[in-house]
Design a protein around this ligand. Structure first.
Ligand code: S3P
Length: 171
């Protein structure tokens, strides 16, 4: 079984994914960590040294690699993973268990304002510009996220509750 979580930065994909993997006895893979381990560089270093286009190419390369691993996995993708090229179709053709972990813009702004440092795309956005930046970014990206088989609005739910909902929807 393969379960894939998509959603914006700060939406809690990793927290939910780890918990879900533990409960279902599946292997948890965080795509960003997988890229970092394979490239032996942090995501920030890759962006800084090679640029975003290089990162996006690597992201697709490792996405395909992970989806081809013959194991039962929960995969937490990066916020941009489904939003470039054919990536979302690649994800959707690998499994029927794709979940969009959705969080409202105000809550994302709150969470991300506190942890911008290791996130190259928002690191230099001023606090007062965050609502507009995230609002626009989400507007572009929700087209891709919403192709997931299920959209779970998680502003007012605990990770445990989200995991239970996912478990009840698995095919
Ligand atoms: C990105 C999200 C990050 C990481 C990179 C780019 C994005 O992952 O892949 O910084 O384009 O939204 P998280 O969603 O795990 O923070």
């Amino acid at each position: 079984m393969k379960i894939v979580l998509v959603g914006y930065m700060g939406s809690g994909k990793t927290t939910v994914g780890k918990l879900l993997a533990k409960k279902r006895n599946l292997t948890f893979i965080d795509l960003d960590n997988y890229i970092e381990d394979s490239e032996k560089k942090t995501i920030s270093e890759i962006f800084k040294e090679k640029g975003e286009i290089y990162f996006r190419k690597k992201e697709l390369y490792y996405l395909e690699e992970v989806l081809n691993i013959n194991k039962n996995i929960v995969l937490s993708t990066g916020g941009g993973t489904p939003c470039y090229g054919v990536n979302m179709n690649t994800i959707l053709s690998a499994t029927k268990n794709v979940f969009y972990i959705k969080v409202g813009i105000n809550e994302l702004v709150k969470r991300l304002s506190l942890e911008k440092e290791h996130r190259p795309l928002i690191k230099n956005i001023k606090d007062e510009e965050m609502p507009e930046f995230i609002g626009k970014h989400m507007f572009e990206r929700s087209f891709f996220y919403s192709k997931a088989h299920h959209t779970l609005t998680t502003d007012n739910t605990t990770p445990e509750e989200t995991v239970e909902t996912i478990k009840s929807l698995l095919v």
